[in-house]
Design a protein. Structure first.
Length: 192
């Protein structure tokens, strides 16, 4: 029997292939959901299946309080240039130095997958072919996130959750999602 991740990837890819280009000749898919919901796992598998470049919002956030700035960076550095037919590149936040560093060109291709909180925000939605939302219970999300990122994330869990709360209350990303995937770790709809 196929795993839940494969079923989720099949569902997302089948839907995404029906969508028109959204940023120039590129189809840009956002994989959204709260911390620990399984976004990274699903997005990696979807991008592999589509042969798509993958950008993680974790690289764009300007520190623990930089969610909004990361969303603007995605729009200004990546999505707007692609929509205008120009090459796009992004900069990674250097958490130790507290500033953006390096330039990472977005490879040519038909697809781009962006994963992370903010990938489906209002200012970037005009450039997206769609948003996929992953829904997971809070206790499971916290357990996954802390297992993934360990003690480095533990003291920031509540702080980041407040940013998520504010962002999602203002942006209504879940309500704008084209696909909703329940990821409870047990059901056939689970993705990670």
């Amino acid at each position: 029997m196929r795993g839940a991740l494969d079923a989720g990837v099949d569902r997302v890819v089948g839907w995404a292939r029906q969508q028109p280009p959204s940023a120039g000749d590129r189809r840009v898919l956002a994989v959204e959901g709260r911390s620990g919901s399984g976004k990274t796992t699903l997005a990696r598998a979807v991008s592999e299946r589509l042969g798509a470049a993958l950008i993680s919002m974790d690289d764009l956030y300007a520190g623990w309080d930089g969610l909004d700035r990361g969303v603007i960076a995605l729009r200004d550095w990546v999505l707007r240039p692609l929509a205008e037919g120009r090459p796009a590149s992004w900069r990674r936040w250097d958490w130790a130095a507290g500033e953006y560093a390096g330039h990472f060109p977005v490879p040519d291709g038909e697809w781009l997958v962006v994963e992370g909180v903010g990938a489906g925000g209002a200012v970037v939605r005009p450039y997206l072919c769609g948003v996929v939302w992953l829904e997971s219970p809070a206790t499971l999300r916290k357990r996954r996130a802390l297992a993934r990122d360990g003690e480095a994330y533990a003291p920031h869990w509540s702080r980041w959750a407040r940013h998520e709360d504010a962002f999602y209350a203002a942006e209504a990303v879940r309500e704008h999602a084209a696909l909703l995937i329940e990821n409870d770790g047990e059901s056939s709809g689970a993705t990670a």
